[in-house]
Design a protein around this ligand. Structure first.
Ligand code: AMP
Ligand code: FE
Ligand code: FE
Ligand code: ZN
Length: 292
């Protein structure tokens, strides 16, 4: 049992998990059960651009004796790069933050319809096929289109859909609205939350933001980096560890579990008790949910 820095939670901790409220394949309670089966004792639910799963996750986590850090993965964009910002323990009722996430979710819906219309020029796919793969109020993304392609027999799994029809090179891709990362850091920090860049150094197209931009984000209130994540490159991790040490940042490790939507399993990477304690100590928007 850890009482790190006076906080009452215990590890192991995995602070990046998705449910059917966005593009995971299991409802929040099932995600919590999967995390518990994999031995985790502190978790965060981080659906894309929504807090809709918090209540269900809190109830399930605490009934399993786990601590929940309510969270979200905020969609941002730097130049052409998609940047995902893990946001923890912010006030979910903050009006400006809510307005921004509602705008992203609304635009994601229209964008998904445009992608489907593009695909429908060449393949037998309808918007109804995609709606059949989403639950009410979920943040809609390409993973739901991937699931519809699988249901139509046009891809074997999400991975094949992303490497094929959904890949921008195929010409069906459409972008969605996303705020600048500086705006997200400002919004989440103003709402009492803590911002960590998710998988900051992916392979290929999106690459890492320039170091000068990372430093400017730290100056603006960015708290840290998710370093232990299967999509980060080895070279990128070395750079991030150096910057984190120089700037005394929080560093995390997590799975980015999406149920059956990705091979990632709960607890495949974890965050140290000391770092979880720093996230909790820094936040002022919403407290963690502790078991009774
Ligand atoms: P979108 O935000 O709608 O453009 O879709 C991006 C989402 O798709 C990310 O949140 C990832 O979780 C998911 N994703 C990206 N690549 C893959 C893949 N190869 N297999 C499964 N899911 C993926
Ligand atoms: Fe996702
Ligand atoms: Fe992400
Ligand atoms: Zn994620």
């Amino acid at each position: 049992m850890g009482d790190v820095g006076g906080e009452r939670f215990r590890g192991p901790s995995d602070l990046h998990l998705h449910s059917t409220r966005s593009d995971g394949t299991e409802p929040p309670a099932d995600v919590m059960a999967a995390a518990h089966r994999h031995g985790l004792r502190t978790v965060a639910l981080t659906d894309h651009d929504t807090t809709a799963g918090w209540a269900e996750a809190a109830e399930a986590a605490t009934s399993l004796g786990m601590t929940l850090l309510p969270g979200m993965e905020f969609s941002a964009k730097h130049e052409w790069r998609s940047v995902h910002l893990l946001s923890y323990l912010f006030d979910p009722d903050d009006p400006e933050l809510r307005a921004e996430t509602e705008r992203i979710r609304g635009d994601r819906m229209g964008r998904a319809e445009r992608i489907v219309a593009n695909i429908a020029r060449d393949y037998d796919l309808t918007w109804e096929d995609v709606l059949a793969q989403t639950t009410l109020d979920a943040t809609v993304g390409r993973p739901h289109i991937a699931d519809a392609l699988v249901a139509r027999g046009l891809a074997r799994d999400r991975g094949e859909a992303f490497d094929g029809i959904l890949h921008p090179r195929e010409g069906y891709y459409e972008p969605h609205y996303a705020p600048d990362p500086f705006r997200v850091v400002e919004l989440v920090t103003a709402a009492g939350g803590v911002v960590i860049i998710a998988h900051p150094t992916p392979h290929g197209r999106s690459r890492m933001m320039p170091e000068s931009v990372l430093h400017a984000l730290i100056d603006a209130g960015l708290a840290g980096f998710e370093i232990d994540h299967r999509e980060n490159t080895a070279d990128g991790k070395r750079i991030l560890r150096r910057i984190a040490a120089d700037r005394d940042l929080i560093v995390t490790g997590s799975s980015d579990y999406h149920g059956r939507g990705k091979p990632n399993l709960p607890g495949e990477n974890t965050t140290s008790d000391a770092m979880v304690a720093r996230i909790i100590a820094r936040a002022t928007g919403t407290p963690p949910v502790y078991p009774a």
